[in-house]
Ligand binder design. Structure first.
Ligand code: CA
Length: 221
């Protein structure tokens, strides 16, 4: 899943980005309000982490513009410590949750997972499809109760399909959520990756819909 991280403090940005990547997310970082507004308005992200104090355009103004333009991705706002006014403004403007600075990385990731779940109408952090379960808190996929070892790319593939259970996910969307913008991959890399995952989870689990995309269904074998 692709996350947009908007933070002008370089150190916080790199710490958060590293923590998110090791939790299986693809992270794009921008450090000013204008760039943030543009990215969030033109690209699809699974969620946004938005600092409020930003150069060029403040975070609340960015969020206001996104929401006015019907951009509905879940947004976690980072506020200054003790600033209840910022929290109230953030929530009034359409933030899904907030986190005061300084924060623990574990809490940031837990809150992020929770707003992503809520935005997809999913109550539990565990997703089940047939004999497969996916627990995103532990980043663990099991088949008939036994843990399945997945590479980071395989994990992102399975996680994205399971978060979109029953929906046919177009190839370009899958690629964006597996490779990000900058990672190089050739045109048949996705098919190779899917073949590897089928070997681990069973040939029937990921269904190919020629010309449309890929899907895992709830009653997956
Ligand atoms: Ca700031």
């Amino acid at each position: 899943m692709r996350i947009l991280l908007v933070e002008d403090d370089q150190r916080i940005a790199s710490d958060v980005s590293r923590a998110l990547e090791s939790s299986g997310y693809i992270v794009e970082t921008v450090s000013d309000g204008k760039a943030a507004w543009f990215q969030g308005d033109t690209e699809d992200y699974g969620a946004v982490i938005l600092d409020l104090g930003l150069p060029q355009m403040d975070g609340l103004a960015v969020l206001k513009r996104w929401r006015a333009n019907k951009r509905t991705m879940p947004v976690l706002v980072l506020t200054a410590r003790g600033s209840w006014a910022e929290r109230v403004d953030g929530i009034d403007t359409g933030a899904d949750d907030y986190l005061p600075k300084p924060f623990r990385m574990e809490e940031l990731i837990a809150r992020l997972r929770s707003i992503i779940r809520r935005s997809s109408g999913q109550a539990s952090p565990v997703i089940t499809a047939g004999e497969i379960t996916f627990d995103e808190r532990q980043m663990r996929v099991t088949l008939r109760g036994a843990p399945v070892m997945l590479s980071p790319l395989e994990y992102r593939l399975v996680a994205h399909l399971l978060r979109n259970l029953g929906r046919i996910v177009p190839q370009h969307e899958l690629e964006e959520n597996i490779y990000g913008h900058d990672e190089m991959h050739d045109s048949n890399a996705l098919e190779v990756l899917i073949a590897r995952v089928r070997k681990k989870l069973g040939a029937q689990v990921i269904e190919t819909r020629r010309g449309f995309g890929y899907t895992i269904s709830e009653a997956s074998p």
